[in-house]
Design a protein around this ligand. Structure first.
Ligand SMILES: Cc1cc2nc3c(=O)[nH]c(=O)nc-3n(C[C@H](O)[C@H](O)[C@H](O)COP(=O)(O)OP(=O)(O)OC[C@H]3O[C@@H](n4cnc5c(N)ncnc54)[C@H](O)[C@@H]3O)c2cc1C
Length: 380
């Protein structure tokens, strides 16, 4: 790598910043990556992500898929049910839709382990964990990438405000062994108190992503393991019987947030420093990684001399708005339409699910939008 290679400072080594640093290196840049968290803290989150095809394409392009995918659990079916209206269940089936899988479940710790290993063995990256970037470190770089999460100190220091929306819901996650679940199938259950996802982790183990009011989440967290399993059994359809609580419940605030601008000067906002969405539909990390896909393309153009480094942040912002606005609007609509028992909406919900359950073409289009995003990037 020549010293003349463009140079980026990446702030934040969550799944977005880590992948962004690898993408910049792949594009021929030198990278300094800082995070105040230590390695054990970065690996320690109990979370599972539902990865879509847009994430698979990016990981393949960066030659990371082969190494990481061995740890992922592929699922061939996604069942969607509206328990509030009692409408038809819709099954998105990879075979019927001509896909290798509907998606993949990645546990946070094994995903981060793989990304950190790739960073540690990459000569173009200088990785500093457990320390913040020194104040002067941004002065000599061509680009600053803020991937420092929803509270983004970089965004705040730049004086960039966010649009916020709170749903009056929190999200409770836990791992349980669930009789009636199957290794190759994920479930999205719309319930009046909020959506619930069951993400397969192999065998009968599932990651539960349960949205409910903050008071309800607090109450669920205070229960004993058996009390929690009883409550869970009470809200799940009869075919599921929770057997064992494997990882205790934790809850997180959920809401929608979008930064009012995605760049200022040499700095651009990436991942949750720029946007947060409700976990419904598992869009969160995939949307963050579509930011990385656009950064990767533009960084390559800079290395090839087809774009000035100074123009990159503005080009990035221009390209990201449509996907961000449409994806956030779609997740917002799902939460608003399905998290209630509004009498006027129930027949419409039943009708929409009945049409979707009967039309393979509509299911293919819906899954295409969910998995590649509403503004699919052309190949190259
Ligand atoms: C309950 C829950 C369930 C979810 N489920 C899913 C799911 O199923 N599928 C999905 O795709 N997404 C899901 N998400 C969303 C997903 O977790 C986020 O999209 C993802 O963590 C965002 O990654 P990030 O790297 O942008 O931010 P983060 O993971 O928050 O990383 C930000 C990093 O920046 C670091 N940092 C902070 N300050 C500084 C600083 N001053 N300088 C440098 N670094 C700094 C932090 O230490 C942190 O490591 C879920 C979220 C929640 C809350």
């Amino acid at each position: 790598m020549s010293a003349a290679a463009p140079f980026a400072l990446v702030r934040g080594c969550g799944p977005t910043g880590a992948l962004a640093a690898l993408a910049l290196c792949d594009a021929g840049w030198r990278v300094e990556l800082h995070d105040p968290s230590r390695k054990e803290q970065l690996l320690g989150r109990q979370r599972a992500y539902a990865l879509t095809h847009s994430s698979q394409v990016l990981l393949q392009r960066l030659n990371l898929w082969e190494g990481l995918a061995a740890q992922f659990v592929a699922f061939g079916q996604l069942d969607l049910a509206d328990l509030g209206s009692g409408g038809d269940e819709v099954c998105f089936d990879a075979d019927q839709l001509g896909l290798s899988a509907v998606g993949w479940i990645a546990e946070h710790s094994s995903l981060m382990q793989g990304l950190l290993q790739a960073l540690e063995t990459n000569d173009c990256v200088q990785l500093s964990l457990g320390t913040s970037a020194p104040a002067e470190s941004g002065s000599s770089c061509d680009l600053i990438v803020a991937a420092d999460g929803p509270q983004s100190p970089t965004r705040n220091a730049l004086g960039i405000d966010c649009w916020h929306w709170h749903y009056g819901q929190q999200c409770l996650t836990a791992q349980v062994d669930l009789r009636g679940s199957s290794a190759g199938k994920a479930f999205e259950l719309f319930r009046p108190e909020g959506p619930m996802a069951l993400l397969p982790l192999g065998g009968q183990r599932v990651q539960l992503v349960w949205s409910a009011s903050p008071a309800r989440c607090r109450q669920l967290q205070t229960l004993t393991a058996n009390g929690f399993l009883d409550h869970l059994a009470g809200v799940l359809p009869d075919r599921f019987q929770p057997d064992q609580l494997v990882v205790a419940p934790q809850s997180f605030e959920v809401g929608l947030a979008l930064a009012r601008r995605l760049q200022r000067g040499r700095t651009l906002l990436l991942g949750e420093s720029a946007h947060c969405s409700h976990p419904v539909g598992g869009q969160g990390l995939n949307l963050c990684w579509r930011d990385v896909a656009v950064l990767h393309r533009l960084a390559r153009r800079v290395s090839q001399g087809r774009l000035g480094a100074a123009a990159l942040p503005r080009q990035y912002a221009l390209r990201r708005w449509p996907d961000l606005v449409l994806t956030l609007a779609a997740t917002d609509l799902l939460v608003r339409v399905f998290s209630n028992r509004a009498a006027l909406l129930l027949p419409l919900r039943r009708l929409a699910l009945a049409v979707l359950a009967r039309s393979r073409v509509l299911r293919r289009i819906t899954l295409g939008v969910m998995t590649h995003g509403p503004c699919r990037l052309p190949p190259g």
